[in-house]
Design a protein around this ligand. Structure first.
Ligand code: R5P
Length: 282
């Protein structure tokens, strides 16, 4: 087995190669002056099981994924497994309004072309898995996130909206502490309104868990409400840290600790999913 890292996932690919004791493939990825992508595999992959690790966000990474799949396929490989740590477009998982595409379905179908198997981590909606046209598996990072929360000794786990209820409940069970869910209403792509319900968080350490943090609007609002109610510390963990624009700055005021997994690589990705992916690849 050999690992081909896309440019989105060099750190995670290196960790997977270390936990599995398998080599990384020498490859080249660059951009032409007009922004188009160039990729090249610099070794023979005949008779190998190949694992390609690449996110499909932002859009440029999708092109890179497609080019790498084609470059890998020119060899007489035994199999190609695509590891997509963060599956972009997962949030448009239905036609919310007439005239819209089901983006998650289209992406899943196209990314399945010319690969034998797909492994991804915490889809926004687990139902998306059915749209991949090859054998596929969704890995869940909740246990890893719970273990990281543990060191801060939280008193309660909060789900910022209904989408993370099961995640927050599961983590609260692992930690043996109560769980509570907020109700969220999205005003626009950056702003939300949150109803906390009746909770006592005074002098408590609160853990908030979400699958994706994008603009940081959800977490900034939830953390401000918790601090207003007297929470002593707010610790936030997510699977996929997109942190677009000034998201980190926005959350800084009321969030004491923020961390994510390495599905998206950034300064906050301190929890690795390499072992989980390694186990699935075995
Ligand atoms: C929503 O369904 C997701 O679980 C996240 O809560 C959302 O994507 C976060 O977005 P933002 O950081 O822009 O508020």
């Amino acid at each position: 087995m050999k690992i081909v890292s896309g440019s989105s996932s060099l750190m995670l690919s290196t960790r997977i190669s270390e936990v599995m004791g398998v080599p990384m493939v020498h490859r080249e990825i660059k951009r032409f002056p007009d922004g188009e992508c160039y990729v090249r595999i610099h070794e023979n992959l005949d008779n190998q099981d190949i694992v390609l690790v690449q996110n499909t966000h932002p859009d440029g990474n999708i092109i890179e994924y497609l080019l790498l799949v084609d470059a890998i396929r020119q060899y007489r490989i035994r199999s190609l497994t695509a590891v997509i740590p963060y599956f972009g477009y997962g949030r448009q998982d239905k036609r919310f309004n007439e005239g819209e595409p089901i983006s998650a379905k289209i992406m899943a179908e196209h990314l399945s072309e010319n690969v034998d198997r797909i492994i991804t981590v915490n889809l926004h909606n687990s139902e998306i898995i059915k749209w991949f046209k090859v054998e596929s598996k969704e890995i869940k990072a909740e246990v890893e996130i719970a273990r990281y929360f543990e060191r801060f000794k939280p008193d309660m786990v909060i789900s910022p909206d209904k989408g993370s209820i099961e995640r927050a409940r599961f983590i609260s069970q692992i930690l043996g502490i109560p769980f509570h869910a907020f109700q969220k209403r999205r005003i626009d792509s950056e702003r939300v309104e949150i109803e906390t319900g009746d909770i006592d968080v005074k002098n408590k350490v609160i853990a908030i868990v979400d699958d994706v943090i994008s603009t940081g609007g959800t977490i900034a609002t939830a953390a401000a409400l918790l601090k207003n109610k007297g929470a002593s510390k707010v610790i936030v963990g997510c699977v996929h840290g997109l942190f677009v624009g000034n998201a980190l700055q926005k959350m800084q005021m009321n969030v004491d600790i923020l961390f994510s997994t390495d599905t998206i690589e950034n300064e906050k990705s301190v929890v690795t999913v390499a072992n989980l992916i390694g186990d699935s690849l075995k």
